[in-house]
Design a protein around this ligand. Structure first.
Ligand code: ATP
Ligand code: MG
Length: 503
């Protein structure tokens, strides 16, 4: 197998024996329709890579010579997303979205711009870079697959599958790198990281996820280019962090990111804390249990992730200020102090990874609940603590802490039965809801009562999102009665008032 020399390698279906039956039927549908309309279309990216590695692909990406507008015209369920880098999402269901990208072309029409996208002499430049060499717009479409491959990030992500002929097409030695377990960036590493510093995080992610090592040239430019990460939009950073830590390889991501000195670029955690073995052991243990949850098919949520990662930063600041105040103030208002410090820590983090508002509120709630769980007189707080939807997540964080702090063990024993009870209640509600759901299905789609309760739920969910109270990705609310929800929302409002978070 050839690696260097940029030789194109084509493997027939007989040669590669890829389990093509695992390819999403929706991806096949999209490719077929594009081809029927006279366009070229290939499967590429993580889908092909993971199939070659014998893993179940997370999603499927399609590359075509049709422009985003042409793709949208072919599909009713298509949506163009992104400005900087336009792609089309063809949505079949929540879990079945096929991402279609148009062949990217070279940078011959590149324009260096100071800030935003502009045009010169009426000519629109579809590839624009800022002074640091960062692509602020990359919508120059190419005509060939070869050109498209050059604009992809790593060799292992630039292998194309033609589902009609069954051929695998590899321009950059990706197949060879897959056999060697190597992540190798395409083109000049410094230029590619400058163009899009997120590629640095992607290199770390694939290394953690696949257990691959970085090629020497891919690795060497990471340290000098890491400062460019500061120019990446915080919203994009938020997405990347979720991919690094919520998808089953958090412990490995932590290891790779700390080895590359990137962890403290992603989180506002002071070097003093990050270098302490207590903090590292805590994070390692927490990430291990996050990965365990993922392996068990349980959902990991961003607010829990951030509450773990920033916990030490928050509690350190809390103890420091409390000790200072103890000397100078007679009466400390702990509620205000906690909410003030939580806001401070979270806002600093927000500047790097723009977490949605409801996540921010949930992080602060998980931290505040730690004080109730830790109370010397827990009996007093049972009603309040267990009434929060976040109680179970807060107790999960508490248990992680108790693993390193024997003083908390007696509280774990105290709260465990309440936790079990809450879990059983949620399970019961989920089951009864499932039954109700199947009655709804049997009753047909025109069943008015059921359909009303569904739209009630949708309305409830929307309004909760607006009020910032709903926890991201939490579908347990679905099981609540209207009265339950009302009560919970009232409590939430009271809590927000108490924490000075009410807008
Ligand atoms: P997974 O979906 O498993 O996380 P993936 O490789 O499919 O991994 P996606 O984000 O879905 O990652 O991107 C699909 C493909 O698009 C990649 O495989 C790669 O070829 C290309 N790509 C994505 N992001 C970049 C980037 N920042 N620079 C260059 N190419 C990219
Ligand atoms: Mg993908």
């Amino acid at each position: 197998m050839v690696k260097y020399g940029q030789k194109k390698l084509v493997l027939s279906a007989k040669q590669h024996q890829l389990p093509t039956d695992q390819i999403s039927k929706f991806a096949i549908k999209v490719i077929k329709r594009l081809k029927q309309a006279g366009f070229e279309a290939y499967l590429v990216g993580g889908g092909v890579r993971d199939l070659l590695l014998g893993k179940t692909p997370k999603d499927f990406d399609v590359s075509t010579n049709a422009t985003p507008e042409q793709v949208r015209r072919l599909f009713n369920n298509a949506r163009i997303i992104g400005k900087r880098f336009k792609i089309v999402h063809i949505i079949y269901s929540n879990n079945d979205t096929i991402e279609v990208t148009t062949f990217r072309g070279g940078n011959s029409q590149m324009l260096q711009v100071e800030d935003a996208a502009i045009s010169r002499e009426g000519k629109r430049f579809e590839v624009q870079v800022n002074r640091d060499g960062m692509l602020v717009r990359d919508n120059s479409y190419g005509t060939s697959l070869e050109e498209d491959a050059l604009r992809r990030d790593f060799t292992i992500n630039a292998i194309y599958l033609d589902i009609q002929t069954g051929e695998l097409i590899d321009f950059h030695g990706g197949l060879y790198d897959l056999t060697q377990g190597v992540i190798d960036i395409i083109g000049d590493p410094e230029t590619r990281y400058r163009e899009d510093p997120v590629r640095i995080l992607r290199a770390a992610r694939f290394s953690a996820k696949l257990g691959f090592k970085l090629s020497k040239r891919t690795l060497e430019q990471i340290a000098p280019c890491a400062p460019f990460l500061r120019s990446v939009s915080p919203a994009r950073m938020y997405d990347e962090v979720n991919k690094l830590f919520l998808t089953g390889h958090a412990q490995a991501s932590f290891k790779v990111l700390t080895a590359l000195n990137l962890f403290d670029q992603l989180f506002t955690i002071s070097p003093m804390l990050l270098n302490s073995s207590t903090c590292r052991d805590f994070l390692n243990y927490a990430f291990e249990s996050t990965d365990q949850r993922f392996a068990e098919g349980k959902c990991n949520k961003p607010h829990f992730l951030y509450s773990i990662i920033l916990w030490n930063e928050f509690i350190w600041a809390f103890y420091e200020i409390r000790d200072d105040l103890m000397f100078s103030a007679n009466n400390i208002n702990y509620k205000s102090l906690i909410s003030f410090l939580a806001a401070q820590v979270v806002i600093m983090q927000y500047r790097i990874t723009a977490m949605p508002e409801n996540i921010i509120r949930s992080i602060a709630l998980l931290w505040r609940l730690q004080f109730l769980l830790e109370s010397k007189d827990p009996e007093k707080y049972v009603k309040e603590t267990t009434s929060y939807h976040a109680f179970r997540a807060a107790f999960d964080l508490f248990k992680l802490r108790a693993h390193f702090d024997p003083n908390l063990q007696s509280r774990v024993e105290f709260w465990q039965p309440y936790y079990d009870q809450c879990k059983a209640d949620a399970e019961r509600r989920r089951k009864s809801n499932e039954e109700r759901g199947s009655r709804f299905e049997r009753g047909g789609r025109n069943n008015r009562r059921s359909s009303n309760s569904r739209s009630d739920y949708k309305r409830g969910e929307r309004s909760e999102r607006r009020s910032g109270r709903a926890e991201a990705g939490s579908f347990e609310n679905f099981n609540e009665t209207h009265a339950d929800r009302q009560e919970r929302m009232n409590k939430a409002r009271d809590w927000r008032r108490a924490m000075n978070l009410e807008p």
